[in-house]
Design a protein around this ligand. Structure first.
Ligand code: G4P
Length: 524
């Protein structure tokens, strides 16, 4: 197959949701269709969660929270599907945001009874910012839901994206009969817990009296609903979906394996193959002949028997080949990857080659950090992997003076992995860790102890925001740094960061130093 054919059959995406909406269940059902896992019966999601497909880490098993972001690839109907899993817990949202930089599209799962929840909105904001094409899957139709039109209005308003239903539910809860598939004009009748998916009954004319045979008294309601649907929503515009301005909507019940195959069938047809990516120097086309990619995730200790890390690389152009010599642009060093892995089914396996859209796992002993660009030699830098200003800050102190080296190594490596952000005070050299949620501090403490044999103590620090500062006026910058000396810190890349105690202090600083720019993300 040519590179172009390989690229065009790739569908790399993430499933995201507010916790409990059904992301894991849907992922598992998609994996079932792809033959990537085999499970008898419609099992409860956390049964497999504990099994191992997506959880690699001890800590994840302990806490039952998907800390890890993993990749699951499978072949389906001639397509190569790559699902990037994202942590469900909001304290790890930065991990999720980084994963979203490596996907070409997203499926958002919404609980039909709950509608749009806070986490869904945040995730959609990231998709909107990046113009990522989004499909909405409304889940749990087997449970009572609100009125479908109202639900869709709410979704449109809260997610701030125009939507277009490509299927339509017939009732919900105990009366749920199934969905009418607007996309391919067929009727899919709901049956709980069936393993063999029956093909939909073709119904190009819903006015046919045949419809009554299948759904009896609900037939007329469906016709009325569809008339309204066709009146309210214009026909599906594929280009608008690809531009990220229109989200097609599907309905189903992931738990009962219903509506999932329709979703997958439509998804592989309409979702984009890998597109251009932006570097600081130029736009990279996936069909460029030379290999390039970037590290969006580093994962430690996937195999507890080996203290290794694995860097997840998204291939952006060309063809990746095992044992070829590639360059890490940040360090300038070249290296040969002799054991790159792909994540097919539930197994890691060594691969010989990979194409744009694919995610490869590269064994790493500390050479990579998140955001690194790998090329055949060209000095380019992929954009779009910013760190956000953290929300919680603590001083990190050594709690076991005999283990200083271990602690330093542990903190450095965990930061390279993107677990949290490290700042060093320019005033007294104390190290400050910034996170999005409380849980990250617990993860750091736990991992330092179990993986690095080091103990740390966190000390409280009242801080509002960390802002990266920049100015064209060096004099003003020096004056600011002198004035705010006690509040200046350095990030891991050696850049100046102003640690503002409060919104008030930040506002004051901004109005006093007009020619200084205060950035809330590390990429500007
Ligand atoms: P998440 O990854 O988005 O957090 O959600 P997950 O798939 O784990 O699903 C959360 C709960 O919702 C699970 O129940 C799961 O079985 C249930 N669920 C998922 N899809 C459906 C659906 O289509 N219909 C119904 N009725 N339930 C669904 P659980 O593991 O039993 O957890 P819990 O109920 O004890 O919280």
């Amino acid at each position: 197959m040519s590179n172009q054919t390989e690229i065009r059959r790739r569908r790399t995406f993430a499933i995201v949701s507010h916790p409990d909406a059904g992301k894991t269940t849907l992922t598992e059902k998609l994996l079932l269709f792809g033959g990537a896992i085999r499970v008898a019966g419609a099992v409860k999601s956390n049964k497999i969660k504990k099994g191992a497909t997506s959880d690699f880490m001890e800590i994840e098993r302990q806490r039952g929270i998907s800390v890890a972001t993993s990749v699951m690839g499978f072949e389906y109907d001639g397509y190569k599907v790559n699902i990037l899993d994202t942590p469900g817990h909001q304290d790890f949202q930065e991990d999720t945001f980084r994963t979203l930089t490596a996907v070409d599209s997203v499926i958002i799962v919404i609980d039909a009874a709950k509608g749009v929840e806070p986490q869904t909105e945040k995730l959609m904001n990231v998709c909107r910012m990046r113009k990522t094409p989004v499909i909405v899957f409304i889940n749990k139709l087997d449970r009572p839901t609100q009125d479908t039109f109202e639900l869709l209005d709410d979704i449109e308003r809260q997610l701030q994206i125009r939507i277009n239903p490509l299927s339509w539910p017939i009732n919900n809860g105990p009366d749920f009969k199934g969905v009418y598939n607007i996309y391919n004009k067929s009727l899919n009748l709901f049956k709980a817990n069936v393993q063999e998916i029956e093909p939909g009954i073709s119904f190009s004319d819903v006015n046919s009296p045949e419809l009554e045979k299948h759904i009896r008294a609900d037939a007329q309601k469906l016709r009325d609903d569809l008339e309204l649907v066709y009146g309210v929503y214009p026909p599906f515009d594929h280009n608008e979906y690809l531009a990220g301005t229109l989200a097609p909507v599907f309905f189903g019940s992931a738990l009962y394996n219903f509506g999932v195959q329709e979703l997958l069938d439509a998804f592989v047809k309409i979702a984009p193959w890998p597109r251009q990516s932006q570097t600081e120097e130029r736009e990279i086309d996936p069909e460029d002949s030379k290999f390039s990619g970037f590290v969006f995730k580093i994962h430690a200790n996937i195999d507890p028997n080996h203290r290794s890390r694995i860097a997840f690389v998204k291939v952006c152009s060309g063809k990746f080949e095992r044992n070829n010599v590639y360059k890490n642009v940040r360090t300038g060093k070249t290296f040969r990857i002799s054991a790159p892995t792909a994540f097919m089914a539930s197994q890691k396996e060594i691969i010989e080659e990979a194409f744009p859209g694919d995610i490869i796992g590269v064994p790493d002993n500390g050479s990579f950090i998140i955001g690194d660009t790998l090329t055949e030699g060209e000095d380019i830098h992929f954009k779009g992997l910013p760190s956000f200003s953290p929300e919680l800050f603590r001083f990190v102190e050594n709690a076991d003076p005999m283990k200083t080296k271990q602690l330093n190594k542990g903190v450095d490596q965990l930061m390279d992995e993107g677990v949290a952000q490290l700042f060093t005070s320019q005033f007294n050299g104390r190290r400050i860790i910034g996170t999005v949620g409380q849980l990250q501090f617990e993860v750091i403490q736990y991992r330092l102890e179990h993986e690095y044999n080091a103990k740390c103590r966190f000390e409280p620090l009242q801080m509002y925001k960390a802002c990266w500062i920049q100015s064209d006026n060096p004099k003003s910058l020096t004056e600011f740094k002198n004035r705010k000396h006690q509040k200046m810190a350095t990030d891991k890349r050696g850049r100046d960061v102003f640690m503002a105690d409060s919104q008030f202090i930040l506002d004051m600083a901004q109005s006093e130093f007009k020619d200084i720019k205060f950035h809330f993300t590390s990429e500007f």
